[in-house]
Write a new protein. Structure first.
Ligand code: SER
Length: 315
C-alpha cells in the first residue's frame, strides 16, 4: 500500500485520479492537494491540503515531512489559457516540476508522475499516426513547457536515477470534473449543450481531427504506467498514448445517433490555430510494447456515456 500525493487534485484529471487512487490504496492513503482553500466536494472522502506549487519552501517542507511513495504533479495551465498568460504559464508548468524532481533526487519521494501532452508536437511533426520519436517544434507556450518538462524528466532519470514516468495525454473527455482552458475542451462542452437540447457552436472547424480519449482510459493508463516494473519503462521523457481520433463533425454525428435533433455550427476562434499544429492521430505502439497499453472506449461509447452522465448543474 502506497502513501500518495496528488497535486492539482481539483482539476479535470486530478479529481478522477484521486478517486481511483483512493479506491486502490485506501482513502486515507491518498492526499489531495490543490490551490483552492476549500476541499472540492468530490475529494472530501479523504485528506485534503491547500498547496501553491509555486511556494517552493512550503511544498518542500510538507513533502519532506510526509515522505510520500508516489507524487502525481498535475497543476498546470492548459493550452488556451497559457496563451493568454505566457509568463505565468511557463513558471507554473516548469517550477513545480523542478521542485518535485529535486525532492525525488534527494530521496523524499520514490516515484513521480507528470503529465505531458499531444501539445509537444508542432506543425513540422508528421500529423498522421505521429511516431513516438519525431520532429517536435511546438508553437504554443503550453507545448513548449511540456516539451521542456519531458526533457527535464529524462535528464533527472538518466543523471540521478529519478523514477519519473509520463504520458502524452490526448484531449480528455470526462463528466465528473470539467476541463479548463484547453483546445480540446469543445469535446466535453458539446455534451452539455446536447443534453440540454441546445445547439452547439464549435470553436474548431468541422474537419479538425484531434486525438482524444475517454477519462476512464486515461486514468487506467496512468495507474498502469505507474504499476509497471521499473525496467519496463524504457522511455523516460513521455509515452505517446492513443485513444480515438475524431473531428467536431464526427462527434456531432455520434451524438445525433442518440439525439437526432442535435445541431452544431462552426465558428473557429484562436484555438483553431493551436489545433492546426497538433496531430490527427497518434502511434502508441511503444506504450503497448512496454507496458501493455490498449484503449477501450470508442466514439459511440463515449457519446452514450457522456450523454447519460453529464450533470447540467455543473455547467
Ligand atoms: N487538452 C489539452 C489542451 O487542449 C492538451 O493537452 O490544452
Amino acid at each position: 500500500m502506497s502513501y500518495v500525493l496528488v497535486i492539482g487534485a481539483g482539476g479535470q484529471i486530478g479529481t478522477e485520479l484521486v478517486l481511483a487512487l483512493r479506491k486502490k490504496h485506501g482513502k486515507h492513503q491518498v492526499v489531495a492537494a490543490d490551490i483552492k482553500t476549500e476541499c472540492p466536494p468530490l475529494l472530501s472522502s479523504g485528506p485534503y491540503v491547500q498547496m501553491d506549487v509555486l511556494n517552493r519552501d512550503a511544498v518542500r517542507n510538507y513533502i519532506i515531512y510526509k515522505e510520500f511513495d508516489e507524487i502525481y504533479l498535475l497543476a498546470a495551465l492548459l493550452s488556451a489559457t497559457a496563451e493568454k498568460n505566457p509568463d505565468f504559464a511557463w513558471r507554473l508548468n516548469m517550477e513545480g516540476l523542478i521542485t518535485i524532481l529535486n525532492l525525488a533526487k534527494e530521496g523524499h519521494v520514490k516515484k513521480v508522475f507528470w503529465p505531458s501532452s499531444i501539445a509537444v508536437f508542432g506543425p513540422s511533426t508528421p500529423l498522421d499516426n505521429t511516431p513516438q520519436t519525431t520532429v517536435m517544434e511546438p508553437t504554443t507556450v503550453y507545448g513548449i513547457s511540456k516539451l521542456a518538462g519531458e526533457r527535464w524528466c529524462e535528464y533527472y532519470h538518466t543523471k540521478f536515477g529519478v523514477d519519473v514516468r509520463s504520458i502524452r495525454y490526448p484531449g480528455l473527455i470526462s463528466y465528473k470534473s470539467p476541463p479548463g482552458g484547453g483546445t480540446t475542451d469543445y469535446a466535453v462542452d458539446i455534451f452539455y449543450k446536447a443534453k440540454a437540447g441546445k445547439p452547439f457552436k464549435s470553436f474548431l472547424k468541422e474537419d479538425t481531427m484531434l486525438p482524444m480519449m475517454f477519462m476512464d482510459d486515461a486514468i487506467r493508463a496512468t495507474l498502469e504506467i505507474m504499476d509497471a516494473p521499473k525496467k519496463a519503462i524504457r522511455i523516460r521523457s513521455a509515452y505517446n498514448l492513443a485513444g480515438i481520433s475524431f473531428t467536431p463533425k464526427q462527434l456531432s454525428e455520434a451524438i445525433q445517433k442518440i439525439i437526432p435533433s442535435f445541431q452544431i455550427t462552426y465558428c473557429p476562434d484562436f484555438r483553431q490555430q493551436i489545433a492546426d499544429t497538433w496531430p490527427n492521430s497518434i502511434d502508441d505502439s511503444q506504450a503497448t510494447h512496454d507496458w501493455n497499453w490498449k484503449h477501450q472506449f470508442d466514439i459511440d461509447a463515449v457519446a452514450r456515456i457522456m450523454l447519460k452522465k453529464v450533470n447540467l448543474n455543473n455547467f
